[in-house]
Design a protein around this ligand. Structure first.
Ligand code: FAD
Length: 641
C-alpha cells in the first residue's frame, strides 16, 4: 500500500487529458499579485535556468543560487548528443503515445505513468521554444530540423546541435535568465552554495547558504523553493559528470524531511573512454549518438592481442547486433553496459588494460564518407583523439561503461513538490520520469519540461492560497539555528586536523560503491558495502585534514561537506539496492536474472517507488512505498531482441 505521505496527486481523467484537467482546475495568482511572492531557485542548469526565467517572466520575485561563477557553468553545458521530442518530423511513426510508451518501457516499468505522459506531451513545445530562442539545431539540406536515433527507440526523434546540444540549449535558457536579471526580476547569486534548508511549521521557509569566496553563512526566506541541483553520479567518484557535481542540496533537504526516492537507480553509460590508470579522477563520455553509426564489437576469442585492423570479420563478435537484432547498437544503456561488462569479463576486452570494447566507424566511413562522419561527430572524434592520442577515423574507439546519470532523487508528486510543502525539485535532482533506466536524450527533455512547462503552473497552485499571509523572516529561530549549525559543521571539518584529504575519502568511498553497488549488485556484496561504508565514514570524522581557513576560497573545505553527504547517500543507495530484491533497468541484482542473463523483475512485490525517510542515521532510514499503477501500459517483459 502507498504510504499516506506519498500522495502523488495525479489528476483525474484519461491519461491524455490529465495535464489539461490539472491546468483547468488549478488555482491562479493574479498577474499583479505575483510579485508579492518570492521564489528561490537553487541551480542554474537547464532545469533551474528555464524555471527561473519563466517564473520571473510571469512576474514572480525570483532569486537564483549557484555555486558556479556563472550560471552557464552548470553541468548541463556538457550534454552532448541530443534532446528527444515526439514531433514526428520524419514521418516514421512517432507520437506522444509512442514516446510515452518507449520511456515507460525504457525505465523497465518503474515510473509513474501520468508524469511520463505529460513529459511526452510537452516535449512538442520544447523544440519550438528553443528554436524561437535561436538554438542552432542541426538542419537538413532543405532547412528542416534534423533528427537522429538514440537508444531504446526505433525512431529518429532526437534533435541535436552537433555534439554540443546541452551547450546550445543552456545558452538559450541562460540568455532568457540573463534578460530577467537585467530587468531586475531575478537576483542572481553566484559562487554561493546551499548548505541547508529551513522548515517552519511544516513548510519550506527558505535556505541557508555559504558564500564560497568569503565563507559568510546567510539565510534567505521565500514562499517557495525549487531544487534544480542536478544528479549524484559523482558518488562513484569516477563518473562522466562535471567534477563538482554533488548531492549536497538534495541531501540537506532530505535530512530536513524530503523523502529520497530510488537512490539505487543509477545509470552506467556504456560509451565512455575506459579508465587509463588508478590515479585518474574523471571519465569522459563519448555520446550515445555515436552508436547511430558506430558498431560495437570485441574479438570472438579471449586473449586475441591483434590490432583491430588485423582481426577478420569472421573473428569479430558484434555482440549487440547478435543479441538484440531489432535495436542492435542502439540497445538501451543498461542492457548495452551489462553486455560490455560481460564481454570484458570474458577476457575479450581491448586496449592496453583490456578494459574496453571497440566502437568502430570503418563501415560508416566506407558508406557515408569521412566528411559526413566528421560533420556529424567531428567534435567528439577530436575530443577522443586529444584524450587517448588515437585517431578514431583510422582505428576503433575504445569504450567502457561509467557512472553517468541518476534516476533516483528527491521524491516529488505530480506537481513536482517534495514531501515538504513549498519545496520543489526539478531536472535530474528529482526522482523523475525515467524509472529504473533513462533513455538517451531524455534528461534534457525532462529538465526543460519541468522548468518551462510544469513548475510555472504548479507553483502558482501552491502560492495562490498564501496571498496576504506573512511568511517567516530570516530572523526566525529556525533560520538562526540552521545558520549556527552550518558554521559549526564547517568549523568542525577544519578542526579535525587528521591526515587524509576529502579527495582521498571520496575515492575510497566511490570505489566501495562502484564495486558493490555499480553495474551488478549481490546481497553479499551490498552487505559488505554496508559494513565498509560506516567504518570509512568514522575514519573520515576523525582523520580528515582540511587545510586553509573558512573565511576565504577553500575548495578543500567545500569538498569536505560534499563528501560527507556522499557518505550518507552511499549508505542509503546500498540499502535501497539491498531491499529491492529484483532486477529492473539499471538495478541488476545478480540473483535475479533469467536464463539469458537478462534482468528479472518482480512486479508482484516491487512495482513501487521506494522513498526513504531520514531518521538521523542513514543506516536506520525508513523505506516507504508509492505503489505504481499501470492503467494505460500493460506490464510486460522488456525485450529489445
Ligand atoms: C557528459 C554528459 C553528457 C550528457 N549528454 C546528454 C544528452 O545528450 N542528452 C540528454 O538528454 N542528457 C544528457 N546528459 C544528462 C544531462 O546533461 C543532465 O541530466 C542535465 O543537464 C541535468 O540538468 P539539471 O538542470 O537538472 O542540473 P545541472 O545542469 O547539473 O545543474 C545543477 C545546478 O545546480 C547548482 N547546484 C548544485 N548544488 C548546489 C548547491 N548546493 N548550492 C548552489 N547551487 C547548487 C549547480 O551550480 C548548477 O547550476 C549528459 C550528461 C553528461 C554527464
Amino acid at each position: 500500500m502507498t504510504d499516506s505521505l506519498l500522495n502523488s496527486k495525479v489528476p483525474e481523467g484519461d491519461i491524455a487529458d490529465k495535464w489539461d484537467n490539472y491546468k483547468a482546475d488549478m488555482k491562479l495568482v493574479n498577474p499583479n499579485n505575483k510579485r508579492k511572492f518570492k521564489v528561490i531557485v537553487v541551480g542554474s542548469g537547464l532545469a533551474g535556468a528555464s524555471a527561473a526565467a519563466t517564473l520571473a517572466e510571469l512576474g514572480y520575485d525570483v532569486e537564483v543560487f549557484t555555486f558556479h561563477d556563472s550560471p552557464r557553468r552548470a553541468h548541463s553545458i556538457a550534454a552532448q548528443g541530443g534532446i528527444n521530442a515526439a514531433k514526428n518530423y520524419r514521418g516514421d511513426g512517432d507520437s506522444v503515445h509512442r514516446l510515452f510508451y518507449d520511456t515507460v518501457k525504457g525505465g523497465d516499468f518503474r515510473s509513474r505513468e501520468s508524469n511520463v505522459h505529460r513529459l511526452a506531451h510537452v516535449s512538442l513545445n520544447i523544440i519550438d521554444q528553443m528554436v524561437a530562442q535561436g538554438v542552432p539545431f542541426a538542419r537538413e539540406y532543405g532547412g528542416m530540423l534534423d533528427t537522429r536515433s538514440f537508444g531504446g527507440s526505433q525512431l529518429q526523434r532526437t534533435f541535436y546541435a552537433r555534439g554540443q546540444t546541452g551547450q546550445q540549449l543552456l545558452l538559450g535558457a541562460y540568455q532568457q535568465l540573463a534578460h530577467q536579471i537585467g530587468l531586475g526580476t531575478v537576483k542572481m547569486w553566484n559562487r554561493v552554495e546551499l548548505v541547508d534548508t529551513v522548515i517552519v511549521d511544516g513548510r519550506c521557509a527558505g535556505i541557508v547558504t555559504r558564500d564560497l569566496v568569503t565563507g559568510e553563512v546567510r539565510s534567505h526566506a521565500a514562499h517557495a523553493t525549487v531544487m534544480c541541483t542536478g544528479g549524484y553520479g559523482n558518488a562513484f567518484f569516477l563518473s562522466t559528470n562535471a567534477m563538482n557535481c554533488n548531492v549536497t542540496a538534495a541531501w540537506r533537504a532530505h535530512r530536513k524531511g524530503a523523502y529520497f526516492a530510488n537512490p539505487c537507480y543509477t545509470q552506467i553509460h556504456p560509451t565512455c573512454i575506459p579508465q587509463a590508470d588508478d590515479t585518474q579522477s574523471k571519465l569522459t563520455l563519448m555520446s550515445e549518438s555515436l552508436r547511430n553509426d558506430g558498431r560495437v564489437w570485441v574479438p570472438l576469442n579471449a586473449g586475441d592481442e591483434r590490432p583491430a585492423a588485423q582481426i577478420p570479420e569472421a573473428e569479430r563478435d558484434y555482440y549487440l547486433e547478435r543479441l538484440y537484432p531489432s535495436f542492435g547498437n542502439l540497445a538501451p544503456r543498461d542492457i548495452s553496459s551489462r553486455a560490455a561488462k560481460r564481454a570484458v569479463d570474458s577476457g575479450r576486452g581491448v586496449g592496453p588494460l583490456k578494459n574496453g570494447v571497440n566502437l568502430d566507424f570503418k563501415d560508416a566511413i566506407a558508406r557515408l564518407g569521412a566528411d559526413i562522419v566528421k560533420e556529424r561527430y567531428g567534435n567528439l572524434f577530436e575530443m577522443y583523439e586529444r584524450i587517448t592520442g588515437e585517431n578514431p577515423y583510422a582505428e576503433p574507439m575504445r569504450i567502457y561503461p561509467a557512472s553517468h546519470y541518476t534516476m533516483g532523487g528527491l521524491w516529488v508528486d505530480y506537481e513536482l513538490m517534495t514531501t515538504i510543502p513549498g519545496l520543489y525539485a526539478a531536472g535530474e535532482a528529482n526522482f523523475s520520469d525515467h524509472g529504473a533506466n533513462r533513455l538517451g536524450a531524455s534528461a534534457l527533455m525532462q529538465g526543460l519540461a519541468d522548468g518551462y512547462f510544469v513548475l510555472p503552473y504548479t507553483i502558482g497552485n501552491y502560492l495562490a492560497p498564501m496571498l496576504g499571509k506573512a511568511i517567516p523572516g530570516v530572523d526566525h529561530p529556525e533560520f538562526k539555528a540552521a545558520e549556527q549549525a552550518a558554521r559549526t559543521r564547517f568549523q568542525g571539518f577544519l578542526d579535525i586536523g587528521g591526515t587524509r584529504s576529502p579527495d582521498y575519502f571520496h575515492r575510497e568511498l566511490g570505489k566501495i560503491i562502484w564495486d558493490y553497488c555499480g553495474m551488478e549488485r549481490t546481497e553479499e556484496g551490498l552487505n559488505t558495502a554496508l559494513g565498509e561504508l560506516p567504518a570509512l565514514y568514522e575514519e573520515f570524522k576523525t582523520d580528515l585534514r582540511v587545510t586553509g581557513d573558512g573565511a576565504s576560497v577553500n575548495q578543500t573545505l567545500e569538498k569536505a561537506g560534499r563528501v560527507e553527504d556522499f557518505f550518507e547517500l552511499g549508505m542509503v543507495m546500498c540499502r535501497d539496492a539491498l531491499e529491492r530484491r529484483e532486477s529492473c533497468g539499471a538495478h541488476f541484482r545478480a540473483e535475479y536474472q533469467d536464463a539469458e542473463g537478462e534482468a528479472q523483475r518482480n512486479d508482484e512485490d516491487f512495482a513501487h517507488v521506494a522513498a526513504w525517510e531520514y531518521t538521523g542515521d542513514p543506516m536506520q532510514s525508513v523505506r516507504h512505498k508509492e505503489e505504481l499503477e499501470f492503467e494505460t501500459i500493460h506490464l510486460a517483459k522488456r525485450s529489445y531482441k
